[in-house]
Design a protein. Structure first.
Length: 327
């Protein structure tokens, strides 16, 4: 049996329930993993509320790290006793142990702790595919300006550091002066407190009126129009989250009027659809973390049983860096 966080209806943090569930043995292409640490992400909130619908009852959690206890037929890249970490569908990491598909589970280097592994996989792989694969026309070169919303969160602080390592001038937005300072300390070239400053005007001033080639936006509704307004012609808005709510319907004609802009709604799970792609991205992430160029900041740790408190603090934007649950 495994203590597991499950919901039987969509709603607020109060629907999160700690239950005991049987685990069983892995089938073909599966592993059983015992978690040492579990990642907390905004996608968990979307699934809890039903914004991203799943069948009920639902075990939550998309990210974790631990020890492989058993492997099923056909699994060759992992064995019992391996240290491992993952970001993966289907949900279920809010648990002591689980059986899950093996293809997106990666062996965790000895130099990286379980807590770091659990905190960095979904967020680090997200930063990887955005900065390396979700690119404007002509790509990005050293010296280019990019805008990153919610830059003091888990994905954002990784992105600030990785962008600096790539030579990019990352303009960060965040909701307080303290969060802006945090982004600057992690490699952002500029930081804008969107509660006290007009980020469109500031970005135009920073870029000499030219705008940025790409905006990486996990906020959604509240930043959508402004994000379009700071793009240079042929620029790209990469929307990858809805922290303030989903973007409302819009007329595609506005993209032409604002300079033949591009929009993509990106998701990590398209990029880790194969074993080979997942491993290549993870290898890139492991390398940049082990080099010291990117440090994974864990600012909140919660017992698994206190997951409702963790969700409340995440939704209230009272967290910085990464948060983890401890089983």
């Amino acid at each position: 049996m495994s203590q597991t966080i499950q919901i039987s209806q969509f709603g607020g943090p109060e629907v999160l329930q700690l239950v005991d569930l049987p685990v069983g043995d892995p089938g073909p292409g599966e592993i059983r993993i015992r978690h040492q640490a579990i990642g907390l992400n905004f996608i968990d909130v979307y699934q809890r509320t039903g914004l991203y619908p799943n069948k009920l009852p639902l075990s939550l959690g998309m990210e974790g790290a631990g020890i492989v206890e058993a492997v099923g037929e056909g699994v060759t890249h992992l064995k019992a006793g391996d240290r491992a970490a993952y970001a993966s569908n289907p949900p279920g990491s809010y648990s002591q142990s689980r059986v899950m598909p093996a293809k997106t589970v990666c062996r965790l280097p000895e130099a990286i702790s379980f807590e770091t592994g659990a905190a960095m996989m979904l967020k680090g792989l997200t930063a990887q595919y955005l900065l390396k694969k979700t690119l404007p026309q002509g790509g990005l070169q050293a010296g280019d300006h990019v805008l990153w919303h919610a830059a003091a969160g888990g994905v954002g602080l990784i992105a600030c550091q990785w962008a600096k390592a790539l030579g990019l001038q990352l303009i960060a937005t965040a909701g307080s002066d303290a969060k802006c300072q945090l982004a600057l300390e992690h490699g952002a070239a500029h930081a804008i407190n969107y509660r006290t400053e007009n980020f469109v005007e500031r970005v135009k001033a920073i870029t000499g009126g030219a705008g940025v080639k790409v905006v990486y936006d996990s906020v959604g509704k509240d930043t959508f129009e402004g994000s379009l307004d700071v793009l240079r012609p042929f620029g790209l808005l990469a929307s990858f989250g809805n922290a303030s709510g989903p973007v409302p319907p819009f007329a595609p004609g506005i993209l032409g009027a604002k300079g033949s802009l591009y929009i993509t709604r990106a998701t990590l799970f398209s990029h880790i659809a194969t074993r080979e792609a997942t491993q290549a991205m993870a290898d890139d992430l492991f390398a940049v973390v082990q080099s010291g160029a990117v440090k994974i900041r864990i600012d909140q740790r919660y017992p698994l049983a206190e997951v409702a408190r963790a969700h409340r603090e995440l939704e209230a934007r009272n967290t910085t860096g990464c948060s983890i649950l401890l089983p």
